[in-house]
Design a protein around this ligand. Structure first.
Ligand SMILES: CC(C)(COP(=O)(O)OP(=O)(O)OC[C@H]1O[C@@H](n2cnc3c(N)ncnc32)[C@H](O)[C@@H]1OP(=O)(O)O)[C@@H](O)C(=O)NCCC(=O)NCCS
Length: 400
């Protein structure tokens, strides 16, 4: 099954501004005519709520110039936790049979598997031979029906009187097992040291970006131990003071030990007497922490995100650049997420709908999307985690 989208296409999650753009292509993409009964039925398939409340499990593909190329609207079942459901999918006719539909399904399968689903379901009209060929072509089974139309089992009145449908199911284990990488026997332990964003505050799934990273690693066959050491309100000063005690206890001799840092927003917060930690002290704290940690552990840093307060965001954006410079000078990979999240509607919407500072699940999903690839590349450097620094790590541990 094709996994990657063709070059030049960009995929993202949709938002409510995309609804009209999607509705505008449906007649052309489904080979219908505006105003006919089928056209109205198609429009009614995608009310606005799908672009408001199902965005984290849906995808939109655009050409580099922004033209719509494809979309997939899907969700995880509220009633059957093992089931994920694809409601509507469409690909620009000029891009068909190039793996775009399969690539979108593959993304959805990965998301669903990460969330613990074991099955994906969807339906199509009996007359839609291309859709039936597509679904069976990528491993869906046709469910039993009580009618046969054009040789295909169909469920009578599935959507209402006269609205018969072909129902498909695909187990995710079938999809993942042949291609799933073998389990990698590595005792990887990663401490994620940071603040409330590291702790995943605001995320009703309680996964945050740390839980999502670990779940995606699991899906790739790496059983790592992820220690979430996020503390609400912590500044760089507190994190610098606690890192040795907290982390070294959790990183025993034989393990492949690693440290991920993420902080800065609380430093740039006013506490009535000025900033909680001024930028020069904040930078000094990071520099000092790296000087202690790098001789004994590989470190990666995720930069501070925007948090909905314009003044603080301006200060965090500047600190983010300084942190990036410190990390570059120390050869520490730095995942700069600030600008991308600032422009991300799901991040901003989560803050607005939540406590005014933290995103919700969709925002953490976006943050995970930004962090995963560089983090995974860093993890792939197996030797770095098992470096000869173990002795030094134990000597340092004896001092805490
Ligand atoms: C159905 C649809 C989404 C498929 O998208 P696509 O990007 O063209 O599909 P892919 O290129 O990923 O196809 C993957 C496999 O499915 C099968 N397949 C897809 N379209 C097919 C067709 N028209 N005829 C036969 N097999 C087909 C093939 O096995 C194909 O692999 P191959 O090209 O290597 O042989 C697209 O045709 C579409 O948008 N149709 C209109 C909207 C629609 O009907 N949506 C589904 C119901 S909501």
């Amino acid at each position: 099954m094709v996994r990657e989208l063709p070059a030049g296409l960009v995929v993202r999650h949709p938002n409510s501004d995309d609804q009209q753009r999607v509705l505008a292509v449906m007649d052309a993409w489904w080979m219908g005519s505006p105003g006919d009964a089928g056209s109205l039925r198609r429009l009614l398939l995608l009310p606005r709520l799908f672009f408001q409340h199902f965005t984290a499990s849906s995808y939109l593909v655009e050409h580099e110039d922004g033209r719509l190329a494809a979309f997939l609207i899907g969700f995880l079942s509220q009633s059957h936790p093992e089931v994920a459901y694809i409601h509507v999918v469409g690909v620009d006719p000029s891009l068909r049979r190039r793996g775009v539909g399969a690539g979108l399904y593959h993304r959805f399968f990965q998301l669903a598997a990460t969330r613990g689903c074991s099955r994906v379901q969807c339906i199509t009209s009996p007359g839609n031979a291309a859709s039936t060929a597509f679904h069976t072509g990528i491993g869906f089974q046709i469910e039993p029906g009580d009618l046969v139309i054009n040789g295909v089992a169909v469920q009578r009145d599935h959507e209402g009187p006269g609205l018969h449908r072909v129902a498909f199911t695909r187990t995710l284990t079938n999809q993942t097992s042949p291609v799933r990488p073998p389990v990698i026997i590595r005792d990887v332990r990663v401490c994620f040291l940071g603040d409330s964003f590291t702790a995943g505050v605001g995320d009703p799934t309680h996964l945050g970006w740390v839980g999502r990273l670990a779940a995606r690693a699991e899906n790739r066959g790496l059983h790592l131990t992820a220690y979430n050491l996020g503390i609400r309100m912590d500044t760089s000063a507190e994190i610098r003071a606690r890192w040795k005690h907290e982390c070294l206890l959790r990183l025993p001799e034989a393990s492949e030990a690693r440290l991920v840092l993420s902080f800065g927003v609380n430093d740039m917060t006013q506490d009535g007497q000025g900033l909680r930690v001024p930028p020069d002290r904040s930078v000094a704290n990071l520099t000092a922490l790296l000087a202690e940690a790098l001789p004994v552990l590989p470190v990666l840093m995720v930069g501070p995100p925007p948090s909905g307060d314009p003044g603080r965001d301006e200060r965090v954006a500047a600190l983010n650049e300084q942190y990036a410079g410190v990390c570059a000078a120390n050869d520490v990979p730095y995942v700069n997420v600030f600008a991308a999240l600032q422009e991300q509607p799901s991040w901003q919407q989560g803050i607005a709908d939540g406590d005014g500072a933290h995103p919700a699940a969709a925002g953490y999903e976006q943050l995970t999307n930004l962090v995963f690839d560089p983090w995974w590349r860093w993890l792939e450097d197996f030797d770095a985690g098992l470096s000869g620094s173990v002795v030094a790590r134990w000597a340092l541990r004896a001092t805490v």
